[in-house]
Design a protein. Structure first.
Length: 404
């Protein structure tokens, strides 16, 4: 008998991992990896935050810690401290128990749970994602059976936000549609809404009776200020809007491979919130049964210890400031070189990424001629830039734009 899997076609690779592999296999001494969304130091190295290391050391020495299963919804101390970080410690939604959550496998796991909940329990059928967006928004949405539509977000010509297009598309969305919003540091464009624009979007969502699903994967990374980056979520929450929020700790704790996240839900009534939690619990039981402990305990320990929390806050700020410094430097170098085009968007954008405006052909040329790896849509990870390689990258961009 031949293979029963003969009809299985090879799936397309995930671009960001493929390009990273290609970069690893490139032996050119000048190569630069600007693809994958992870922090790098100015020496181009991954950074395990010192507060994370010290908690891990004490966990390893703690004989009271065992390997028993966690509850299905995870560690309450993590869930609650994550909610406080997002909404602010004194937010009445916490004391009234209108807000609660469930530990998840990273931001991705939280998004998956949220979208499953919206399909299975809320019977939603349509989701709106920004155009462009982080590819997994589309991927997970279609996996769970939602029809994926997009709302305009980026104006290619102006290299900036297309707010009127966004409002128009959301105003035309059918009642009950889900809208995924990047709470801060929009991936891939790095362009966020300002306060008055967020206020307008909140009004449209209320008027059109849409479901809001916030994705917050970069709290602290955007501005260096944890409260400032949570502003949009807090605004919606203060207007008594019911929300689902997928919170990731991968970037702001540098815990990429530990898979720590939190699905937060806010409703108008503590009893309804408890019902939501019970349904999410069923979904978890049938998906990963219960979450892993290690990374979640690291995050919970840091968030619940005032001294460690202060240390972590300053580490987040170090990461954010390094990114801001790289933005400024790249902008200045391109201006100095007189590189064709305008480059103000580099310093207007915030967060880990910059949407450079380079085309697919230009990105390919950057790789083949200069060994500089960026995404085909022109997105670069600002953390891949260092004071050692920034000249080389700026010259690479300059050369590419003059030739392609
Ligand atoms: N949401 C956005 C916008 C992201 O960029 C990412 C990671 O790149 C995530 C969610 C998921 O993060 P995690 O690694 O915690 O699953």
């Amino acid at each position: 008998m031949g293979s029963q899997f003969l009809q299985v076609k090879e799936a397309p690779p995930v671009e960001v991992f493929l390009l990273s592999e290609e970069c690893k296999a490139d032996f050119d001494e000048h190569k630069v990896n600007l693809t994958v969304g992870a922090y790098r130091t100015n020496e181009g190295m991954p950074w395990v935050l010192p507060c994370v290391r010290s908690v891990e050391l004490s966990m390893a020495a703690d004989e009271k810690l065992n390997k028993e299963y966690l509850p299905i919804t995870g560690m309450d101390s993590l869930v609650l401290s994550g909610i406080k970080l997002l909404l602010g410690v004194d937010n009445p939604l916490i004391s009234s128990k209108k807000a609660d959550g469930c530990q998840a496998l990273g931001g991705t796991g939280a998004l998956y749970l949220a979208l499953q909940f919206l399909v299975r329990v809320m019977k939603c059928t349509v989701v709106y994602v920004s155009d462009p967006t982080w590819p997994n928004h589309r991927g997970i949405s279609s996996l769970v059976g939602l029809e994926v539509r997009s709302y305009k977000y980026w104006d290619t010509e102006a290299r900036g936000l297309c707010f009127t297009g966004m409002v128009k598309d959301l105003k035309e969305a059918p009642e009950g549609a889900v809208v995924i919003l990047h709470a801060c540091a929009h991936n891939p464009t790095g362009m966020d809404l300002d306060k008055s624009q967020w206020t307008e979007i909140a009004a449209v969502i209320k008027e059109r009776k849409l479901f809001t699903l916030f994705d917050i994967a970069y709290q602290g990374f955007a501005s260096g200020d944890l409260d400032r980056d949570a502003w949009a979520v807090r605004l919606f929450a203060s207007q008594e809007m019911e929300l689902l929020i997928a919170q990731s700790f991968s970037k702001n704790f540098g815990l990429y491979n530990e898979r720590v996240g939190n699905l937060i839900f806010i409703t108008k009534d503590p009893e309804i919130t408890a019902h939501v939690k019970s349904q999410v619990k069923c979904l978890v039981r049938q998906t990963w049964s219960n979450p892993p402990q290690h990374g979640g305990r690291v995050v919970a320990t840091i968030l619940n210890c005032p001294a460690l929390y202060q240390e972590w806050k300053s580490d987040v700020n170090i990461m954010a400031q390094r990114v801001l410094q790289m933005r400024q430097l790249l902008y200045e170098k391109l201006r100095e070189l007189g590189t064709p085009g305008t480059w103000d968007h580099i310093i207007k954008q915030i967060g880990m990424f910059s949407f450079t405006g380079l085309t697919k052909a230009q990105a390919e040329f950057m790789r083949s001629a200069h060994h500089i790896y960026l995404m085909n849509d022109g997105r670069i990870n600002m953390c891949g830039l260092t004071t050692h390689n920034i000249d080389y990258v700026a010259h690479g961009i300059d050369d590419t734009l003059r030739k392609i």
